[in-house]
Design a protein around this ligand. Sequence first.
Ligand SMILES: NC(=O)c1ccc[n+]([C@@H]2O[C@H](COP(=O)([O-])OP(=O)(O)OC[C@H]3O[C@@H](n4cnc5c(N)ncnc54)[C@H](OP(=O)(O)O)[C@@H]3O)[C@@H](O)[C@H]2O)c1
Length: 329
Amino acid sequence: MRSKNIDATWFEYERYGDADVLTRRTERLEPPTGDQVSVEVITTSINHTEVFLRNGNEPEWSVGPWPRRSGSDFAGIVTARGPLSSSFPVGAEVIGHVPAGAHATHLNVSSAALVAKPRNVTWETAGALYLAGATALDVLDDLHIGAGDTVVVSAAAGGVGSMQVQLAKRLGARVIGTCGERNFDYLRQLGIIPVRYGDDIVDRIRAVARGPVTAYIDNFGKDGADTAAALNVPTERYRSSLDRRDIELKLLEDDPAAIAHGTDLLGRLAEYAHVGAFRVLVSGLYPLDDITAAYEDLAKLHSRGKVVLATRPVTTYRGLRARDVHEAT
Ligand SMILES: NC(=O)c1ccc[n+]([C@@H]2O[C@H](COP(=O)([O-])OP(=O)(O)OC[C@H]3O[C@@H](n4cnc5c(N)ncnc54)[C@H](OP(=O)(O)O)[C@@H]3O)[C@@H](O)[C@H]2O)c1
């Protein structure tokens, strides 16, 4: 079954640069081919790696010919099916991933890159899951985090960190998260032990660790290696920000094995969200057309949880947010 005459709007760029190189473009959506389905995107989210791809910080990485599209995470509703697609009927609510092009109102995507959206998972959560969540989970899998571990996660209140700390706790670890002081309450509510980053962090971690730190995940990429070494974390149980970079780029590859791996992680995340094993905090929700403002928010490096874009009406009113109160008083 196919829906006809749908106009798709997406964001693309023709040269490297800041978010202002993003151009809004609208064209008729092609019918889905092969195992593709057409999806009306309801929510999509933004990630630092997309910024690095867009601004030329990852020149080795090709996301196809110019102009290049933006965005990898989305959740939406199937509107049409290609001839070889059997997994998701028209009307199915799905969560998915693409190497690029998720910052859109509609897209065509292989069924292999989709999982069913559990009904009790909100659109805001669903659209925020893929790149940050899959990265978080992949690192935890790689380190075999589990009961008996005391793991330190840096940037613990950020997009990747906030999911990673909750999942690590769910896996049975004792979790110490580094963050700014305004995020202490947020992490404590999750059962995570907060520690302020900055000078003397090793002493502060030792003071709360109550024993050896068995693993260290550096999401931020500043002084993680030195801190982990000072805490005597075994080298094989330290993951750097560069390791994270490699994982994220792998999750954006479009060969069948990489897509299957990403979809497997996404399916597990959807199930974790379904059973309440973790909650995605969305501290910035923007209309898709405000994508530049959303990236400006992310660039401040203090967006608690995830920054999400929505295609359905979202208020453009911008008041004082909980995460900004600390600075404002
Ligand atoms: N190596 C790579 O290629 C690569 C790939 C992806 C991301 N990254 C980087 O990883 C970081 C986190 O990613 P994300 O997606 O979680 O970003 P995010 O959602 O923007 O979160 C940023 C987090 O960084 C924390 N932070 C700010 N200054 C810090 C500092 N000096 N030391 C330690 N933490 C600090 C913030 O904590 P508070 O708000 O509590 O202060 C915030 O929770 C970003 O800086 C991003 O650029 C690197």
